[in-house]
Design a protein. Structure first.
Length: 208
């Protein structure tokens, strides 16, 4: 565990920050117990996990906390840390399309819509969050996977799955008590991730 960057730290407008090793990257998702518990127990997603649907993964722990309300929202009571093969994660980034039209990236809206229909992955850049889940000036990645990418995520890229809900509850309790120093010390260590240069939204933005 390590401290997150302070909100006043100099950060580029968009950056992937994640817990990662030389071969893996950790992302987060939140599920109802009937999916989350067997996934963590077996280290793989169960048959009930719908591989034909789009699924969104988040490298940012605190953005996941914002999305699931510290594991209090319905059907998001179990928070999973999913360790992925970096080769697969990078493949998804290279084959992704921005989830919104950007005239700086796309020739026109029709070109964007065509790319969106044929891309197995979508990228959103959403405001990063602090311990109180307030928005920060810089943005973090949300990666949506569908079709081939979703299937490969579940059945090929996943290296390990851990249920980190107890950690989520512990950090949240410390935040509620006002002990932000202790809460910060428990956060997963997230470092700049060397994303492929082709990652949508990172053109001209420092990635490390």
């Amino acid at each position: 565990m390590n401290n997150q960057p302070h909100p006043s730290s100099t950060e580029p407008p968009r950056r992937i920050r994640a817990a990662h090793t030389a071969t893996t990257i950790t992302v987060y998702q939140a599920y109802a117990p009937f999916l989350g518990l067997p996934a963590a127990r077996d280290g793989r997603f169960p048959p009930a996990w719908k591989r034909e649907r789009m699924t969104w993964i988040k490298p940012s722990f605190l953005w996941m906390m914002y999305r699931c309300g510290w594991a209090t929202k319905p059907d998001q009571e179990r928070v999973l840390a999913i360790e992925l093969d970096r080769t697969g994660f990078d493949w998804a980034l290279r084959h992704a399309c921005l989830s919104h039209y950007d005239p700086a990236v796309h020739p026109d809206r029709d070109a964007w819509k065509h790319q969106l229909r044929h891309s197995p992955a979508r990228i959103q850049w959403d405001p990063e969050r602090d311990l109180h889940l307030a928005a920060l000036p810089h943005r973090s990645l949300q990666l949506g996977l569908s079709g081939e990418a979703s299937r490969r995520y579940a059945d090929e890229w996943t290296v390990a799955i851990r249920d980190v809900t107890p950690l989520v509850h512990k950090i949240h309790a410390l935040v509620r008590e006002g002990n932000t120093a202790a809460a910060t010390a428990l956060l997963p260590e997230e470092r700049p991730y060397p994303a492929p240069a082709e990652t949508p939204g990172l053109s001209g933005v420092p990635i490390c």
